[in-house]
Design a binder for this molecule. Structure first.
Ligand SMILES: C[S@@+](CC[C@H](N)C(=O)[O-])C[C@H]1O[C@@H](n2cnc3c(N)ncnc32)[C@H](O)[C@@H]1O
Length: 245
């Protein structure tokens, strides 16, 4: 029997209209839809990715696989959850059914999808794997804030701000624009770094870009002490090329 095809599909950052035509077609044609059920992609217990898709594609008759990915750095626990998820997906692929793994934004930009690939390959060898790119959250945030990410010769760094604060300091020195993802838990430290670097007025904070409840904040210091939403990022653009126009 022909093996099913495994797709990583980016559904964009949250507005259904930002799904690509290819994403819609691939999701329509697949019989199995897999979604992560971890804190990083769920909103009030619902999969955000699924709620975007439901606005455009009928899910009636499709099997929805809700997969658990714990938010942990424990390698064994991560490996076990990925193996289990790949087993659930692989069972459908081996039965000839196409399966789609939904990702907010783009599947190859800080997504679980990339980690799943070797496990799915091991579980269902020979199943073709394809990626449908999506609009990333930082591009959507830049659009909502009406701020270009980079122009002309400007360089860009993207840093997940949940880890080493020195990476942020170094990037702010070396790059013209720095995008900080996952800023919700380290905001106060980021505010300090921006103040140290004199870059507070170059930063914009965007939360839930394009969703109801979206926030766009340019007075970054005003966010000190707040409990912030996981779906938040900051774009800092020093603007090297401004004077060249
Ligand atoms: C695990 S990463 C996923 C990135 C996603 N694959 C993409 O292409 O943008 C999660 C981080 O993306 C950012 N993010 C995702 N959706 C967002 C949105 N609608 N508005 C602002 N930031 C968002 C936040 O920084 C969040 O912590």
């Amino acid at each position: 029997m022909k093996t099913g095809r495994f797709y990583g599909v980016g559904v964009g950052p949250g507005e259904a209209e930002l799904m690509t035509l290819k994403a819609v077609r691939v999701i329509k044609d697949a019989s199995v839809i897999a979604v992560p059920r971890s804190a990083d992609s769920s909103v009030d217990g619902l999969s955000k990715a699924l709620s975007i898709v439901e606005q455009v594609v009928s899910l009636v008759g499709k099997e929805i696989l809700e997969l658990d990915f714990p938010m942990t750095r424990d390698r064994e626990a991560l490996g076990a959850s990925r193996r289990k998820a790949a087993g659930a997906i692989g069972a459908h692929l081996k039965a000839g059914r196409d399966a789609v793994f939904l990702t907010l934004g783009d599947p190859f930009f800080y997504s679980t999808f990339g980690y799943l690939i070797p496990y799915v390959r091991a579980d269902a060898p020979g199943a073709p794997i394809e990626v449908v790119p999506g609009v990333t959250s930082f591009c959507a945030s830049a659009a909502r804030a009406l701020r270009p990410v980079a122009e002309a010769g400007e360089s860009v760094a993207v840093i997940p701000a949940a880890y080493d604060m020195n990476d942020i300091r170094a990037a702010l020195v070396a790059f013209d624009t720095v995008v900080l993802m996952k800023v919700n838990k380290t905001m106060d430290k980021i505010i300090d770094i921006l103040a140290e670097s004199g870059l507070e007025d170059k930063a914009v904070f965007v939360s839930r870009a394009g969703w109801p409840g979206e926030r766009i904040v340019t007075d970054i210091a005003s966010l000190r002490g707040e409990t912030l939403d996981y779906f938040s990022l900051i774009i800092i653009r020093k603007g090297r090329e401004r004077g060249m126009r």
